[in-house]
Write a protein that binds this ligand. Structure first.
Ligand SMILES: Cc1cc2nc3c(=O)[nH]c(=O)nc-3n(C[C@H](O)[C@H](O)[C@H](O)COP(=O)(O)O)c2cc1C
Length: 261
């Protein structure tokens, strides 16, 4: 709901492959006051792709264009796309671009992997360069930016990129955005990381039912937080092995007491 997101500007995302249900949800979001929507054409999760949604749609460019034909004239919100290079082959996005170029889209957000790769391997920067050159829309880069030098290397290579989207790196290292704005690396403050962790913990304790769910949710974050504790991975693993909340909290305090990096 919009009031839960204040003051962050939020762009709701739809994961659909039928024009009528897409439009029905878009109407509800427009009624809530949203002015921008994003269509997910990149999700590689089998439970999504088996239903022909997300990255699976990239193999069917005609279906993508048919949905845009049906939806765009009736949409009040501006629409952007979040996508990968293809489901199985980067030729898929290159085949789709001439058609996408004809629509009034706000931007394309490109995660330069294939759906079948999930998150394995490296982002295909050559493939991204081809999309950037062929797209008539603003192109946002997304993928594997965790440290300042990742960003600087990409920004130097792709000056025409219109924006940068950061997922896992922002969860792992909350100082990353500040580093990028300041243009210099910063040491992640252990006290600030601990406060960030405690805020997440308190919010999920309120939202989730039971210690098992809370433990499971918080452990997932440590898959990303581990990047803030270089050289201390063994200690962080004691957190992931904890089977009770009290053990979890003891292990977390031990990690924070030794500091971040
Ligand atoms: C657990 C998880 C859930 C994700 N859920 C979504 C999603 O709902 N919509 C989406 O567009 N991307 C989703 N992504 C993909 C990210 O938006 C992003 O494209 C991907 O993680 C690569 O960027 P990063 O290396 O900066 O994280 C998800 C990624 C992960 C790891």
């Amino acid at each position: 709901m919009p009031e839960d997101n204040h003051p962050l500007p939020v762009v709701p995302q739809l994961l659909d492959n039928h024009a009528e249900s897409f439009l029905a949800m878009a109407r509800r979001l427009e009624d809530l006051g949203y002015e921008r929507l994003n269509w997910n054409l990149g999700c590689p999760a089998p439970m999504v792709t088996h239903k022909g949604r997300g990255a699976a749609m990239l193999a069917k460019p005609d279906d993508i264009c048919a949905l845009l034909d049906a939806v765009l004239p009736r949409l009040v919100c501006r629409l952007s796309l979040k996508t990968r290079l293809g489901m199985r082959d980067r030729q898929e996005i290159l085949a789709l671009l001439p058609c996408l170029n004809g629509y009034p889209l706000e931007e394309l957000i490109i995660h330069p992997r294939l759906g079948v790769q999930m998150f394995n391997g490296q982002p295909d920067l050559g493939g991204f360069a081809e999309v950037l050159a062929a797209s008539h829309h603003p192109v946002v880069y997304n993928g594997d930016i965790v440290h300042l030098d990742d960003f600087q290397r990409l920004a130097a290579r792709f000056p025409r990129v219109s924006g940068w989207m950061i997922g896992r790196g922002a969860v792992a290292r909350p100082a990353l955005a500040e580093e990028i704005v300041a243009g210099k690396p910063m040491t992640e403050s252990p006290a600030r990381l601990a406060a960030y962790h405690d805020e997440l913990f308190a919010a999920y304790a309120e939202k989730l039912s039971g210690p098992g769910h809370l433990l499971g949710k918080m452990k997932q974050f440590w898959l990303y937080f581990i990047a803030s504790f270089p050289g201390r991975e063994k200690l962080v693993k004691t957190i992931v092995r904890a089977h009770r909340l009290d053990r979890y909290q003891e292990a977390v305090r031990a990690v924070f007491d030794q500091g971040g990096g």
